[in-house]
Design a protein around this ligand. Structure first.
Ligand SMILES: Cc1ncc(COP(=O)(O)O)c(C=O)c1O
Length: 386
């Protein structure tokens, strides 16, 4: 680790410009080779002080709340593609003022609010393109909490519900069925989508294939994605194709650096307590759940007794732990641990549960300089809650 990074006090998230640029280059290549519009989902990344880099590449964004929309308007300087499961009479007006496309989750929502859109058009200010989220019910995700295609899902209209008829005025179809998925999963979903909604495609101008396209993950078959999108475009040349991944933009672009504060033992289980928390600072590790990679850990070796620890957060939540990891040498207070890939989703989902000190956020520029994007204080804790 760069010695300037290793001298910063823990805990802190660190986000790397080089790694962001590597992802953006790849996504840009897919965009250029397919003509698809690839926009960024803020739910996975809202570190707006790094957005200058995204602006260089001209990436637009998708928003699922008015706050996210304002971030897109202010920090990426464009009207966003909006999708929210349910608009209200108050929020729809705000969405219309800052969006280029608005996707409705149900026919009822569209019927209720389409008047707002046409009234706005009549004033001649600008056109907001209305779309409908559909649900091809093609389930390719194993983790239920991230699966929008489960039976009973609240997301999108099924083909059966539409009965072959698209409401008057709808200009686009949107589906989102993937999560950290491969291009082969997209192929299955596209197949289901075209079988169920193919008849309606000549009536719309755009198709948004949602997020979950993890094209920046090692091993992702990017050429296969490119050929899938080009084949789709060849079948439907009039359609604008949109993809709205979140994770792919900031996949493996940052880490959480923590220190061990104590090691405790109970009934043979050794726990290293760290100065961060899984519940507060890495919520996906508990929600999904998954075990993050720790740079300093090693694989257990047969015939060699190596020290193994559960890692526990410094909060009062009993379940605030994930384990086990093996190390070359015993852990002790002051040892630093790097929990990898803690940018996408993690930095936006963190809370200040228990009043724990929030990790600082440091930006490591390509030229070697380090910049505090944010240092958190008591006032941040207090003001965040009211
Ligand atoms: C409607 C929609 N679009 C895009 C995304 C981004 O997905 P991902 O970050 O998996 O690419 C999500 C994630 O939940 C979503 O719900």
């Amino acid at each position: 680790m760069n010695s300037r990074i290793s001298s910063l006090p823990t805990p802190f998230y660190i986000v790397y410009e080089d790694k962001i640029r590597r992802n953006l280059e790849l996504i840009d290549r897919v965009r250029r080779m397919t003509g698809a519009e690839i926009i960024m989902a803020f739910k996975a990344n809202a570190l707006w002080r790094t957005f200058g880099i995204f602006r260089e590449y001209g990436f637009k964004s998708t928003a699922s709340s008015v706050n996210e929309m304002r971030l897109g308007n202010d920090e990426l300087c464009h009207r966003v593609h909006a999708y929210c499961p349910a608009y209200t009479p108050e929020t729809i007006k705000e969405y219309i003022s800052g969006s280029s496309h608005i996707t409705f989750n149900s026919v009822d929502q569209y019927m209720r609010f389409k008047g707002n859109i046409s009234r706005h058009n009549a004033s001649g200010a600008y056109h907001v393109s209305p779309g409908l989220r559909v649900n091809p019910q093609c389930s390719v995700i194993e983790t239920d909490i991230y699966n929008p295609a489960l039976p009973g899902s609240r997301f999108g209209v099924t083909a059966e519900m539409l009965g072959g008829k698209l409401p008057e005025g709808i200009e686009g179809l949107h589906f989102h069925q993937l999560c950290e998925s491969s291009s082969y999963d997209l192929e299955k979903v596209l197949d289901a989508f075209e079988q169920q909604f193919g008849d309606m495609l000549d009536k719309v101008k755009w198709v948004n294939m949602g997020g979950g396209h993890l094209m920046t993950r090692e091993g992702y078959d990017v050429d296969h994605l490119i050929s899938l999108l080009n084949d789709f475009k060849a079948r439907h040349p009039h359609l604008q194709v949109i993809l709205e991944p979140g994770s792919a933009f900031t996949w493996r672009t940052g880490d959480l650096i923590t220190s061990v504060v104590d090691v405790v033992e109970n009934q043979g289980v050794k726990t290293a307590i760290i100065d961060a928390s899984f519940a507060c600072h890495m919520p996906d590790t508990l929600e999904m759940p998954y075990k993050p990679i720790i740079t300093e850990s090693v694989e257990p070796q047969e015939g060699k007794e190596l020290p193994t620890y559960r890692l526990g957060g410094n909060s009062c939540l009993s379940g605030d732990y994930v384990g086990d990891w093996t190390f070359e040498t015993p852990l002790k207070a002051g040892d630093r641990l790097t929990l990898e890939d803690m940018n996408h989703y993690t930095t936006v989902k963190t809370t200040m549960f228990n009043g724990l000190q929030h990790p600082d956020i440091v930006f490591a520029r390509s030229n070697g300089s380090l910049e505090y994007l944010r240092r958190f204080t008591y006032e941040d804790y207090r003001n965040r809650m009211c």
